[in-house]
Design a protein around this ligand. Sequence first.
Ligand SMILES: NC(=O)c1ccc[n+]([C@@H]2O[C@H](COP(=O)([O-])OP(=O)(O)OC[C@H]3O[C@@H](n4cnc5c(N)ncnc54)[C@H](O)[C@@H]3O)[C@@H](O)[C@H]2O)c1
Length: 299
Amino acid sequence: MDKIGFIGLGIMGRPMAKNLIKAGYAVVVCDVNQQAVEELRACGAESAATPAETAEKAGTFIVTMLPNSPQVREVTAGENGLLKGIRAGQIVVDMSSISPIASRELDALLREKGAEMLDAPVSGGQEKAEQGTLAIMVGGSAAAFEKARPILEKMGATVTLVGESGAGQITKLVNQMIVGINISAVAEGMAFAKKAGVEPRRVFEAIRKGLAGSQCLEDKAPRMFEGRYDPGFRINLHIKDLWNVLETSRAVSCSVPLSGQVIEMMIALANEGHETKDHGSLGLYYEKLNNVALKEIQK
Ligand SMILES: NC(=O)c1ccc[n+]([C@@H]2O[C@H](COP(=O)([O-])OP(=O)(O)OC[C@H]3O[C@@H](n4cnc5c(N)ncnc54)[C@H](O)[C@@H]3O)[C@@H](O)[C@H]2O)c1
């Protein structure tokens, strides 16, 4: 089977690379964190010192799973970046959540070398990465997508081609907008109930099967009632995604007032030291704003 390059062995990348090894692929890994590289070597991976060397050693595919646009730019177009070692026909599958503007620029640079990029960000956290059940939303050419599909299916339960280059990242940003706004709505409604003298959990039970019901309500309201804000999905990652929403919305002249409000609340939470807590800690924001406790007193 084709040898797959894999760059970025963090919380998500590590289990994703391990799933490729488990599926029988040869994998060549690269990360600035040598400990992560050693962990993958112990699972049977080969290693490369730089992204350029990763491209040289890999077959058709190089997967990247990095924090944000600057790191993907560095790994792709920086000194010793992928572009230095890439061959015509190779496909970079960038599974990081980054700006779609950056994705499109990097795809254009790769195309000058006869290669191309699929932007393939994921929804689902560490647990789904470990289970290989991520939701993967893809932008790029249909031909590259069909070639990459078998690999993506080893990491995800749903793999969807949404459109041309950048479409995967746009889809991920839409997901993050809707989730952030939805969690804020849950927190605002529950704080309002409490302040108005009605027990939030009773409100939750009364409305959860109606139109206000949502996965966010189901997942986050009980966490607020229990004061449980361990991640989950971290506030600092959600802030990063909403910055990418604002950058893109300005580029296409789209007004996104609710996303603007949510990022302000999340920045305030981060400034109070909650940046590595779950994004459900928007509940804490509303608790402070209104001097109410959403957390129930344990009897
Ligand atoms: N953690 C989640 O729950 C989650 C869920 C969905 C999507 N995502 C997205 O997936 C991406 C990765 O998230 P994560 O939680 O695994 O991040 P992470 O910070 O845990 O991992 C990033 C990895 O990239 C490596 N890295 C950084 N710069 C590098 C460089 N120049 N060269 C080589 N390696 C480099 C780091 O050493 C690290 O191992 C992010 O874009 C994030 O938004 C995360």
